[in-house]
Write a protein that binds this ligand. Structure first.
Ligand code: ZN
Length: 153
């Protein structure tokens, strides 16, 4: 088995047995995005505890790349701080856009399995959909948390 086969297995495994699948009750953030090019849809729900992503879940449908990426991403980001999640998202984008390579990508863990997507431009939007959701959620959370902090108790 070469590395590509291992990665293929990993992607299929996440697609068939998704981690963190579902919708959180009373989430702090809920982000719904679609990729009309492929028909992918992802709904991401997030709960924060201070600066940490305490809970994360995704729901949706679409191609194996979009759904497997959401599963891998959710598992990778659960329990991380918002800053770490932003950094990992930037790293993933760097990988998919062929801007970052090699050992620098090790922090991506299972998400490294998606590196091959960069050679298939039609699938790049599929792989970025879940990350677009988390970026949107973090962006909105950044604002609302600081506003909440400033509000009188
Ligand atoms: Zn797709």
């Amino acid at each position: 088995m070469n590395l590509d086969d291992v990665y293929q297995e990993l992607i299929l495994d996440h697609y068939k047995s998704p981690r963190c699948r579902g919708v959180l009750l009373n989430p702090d953030k809920k982000i719904d995005l679609t990729n009309p090019l492929c028909g992918d849809q992802i709904s991401l729900t997030l709960k924060f505890s201070g600066d940490t992503i305490a809970e994360i879940a995704f729901d949706g449908h679409g191609c194996s790349i979009s759904q497997a990426t959401a599963s891998i991403m959710a598992e990778l980001l659960r329990g991380r701080t918002k800053d770490e999640a932003r950094r990992l998202s930037g790293l993933f984008r760097g990988m998919i856009k062929s801007q970052v390579e090699g050992d620098q990508l090790n922090d991506l863990g299972d998400a490294l399995a998606l590196e091959g997507v960069k050679r298939h431009s039609a699938r790049i939007k599929c792989a970025l959909l879940a990350w677009d959701c988390i970026d949107r959620g973090l962006e909105e959370a950044g604002t609302s948390v600081s506003l909440r902090d400033e509000m009188p108790k």
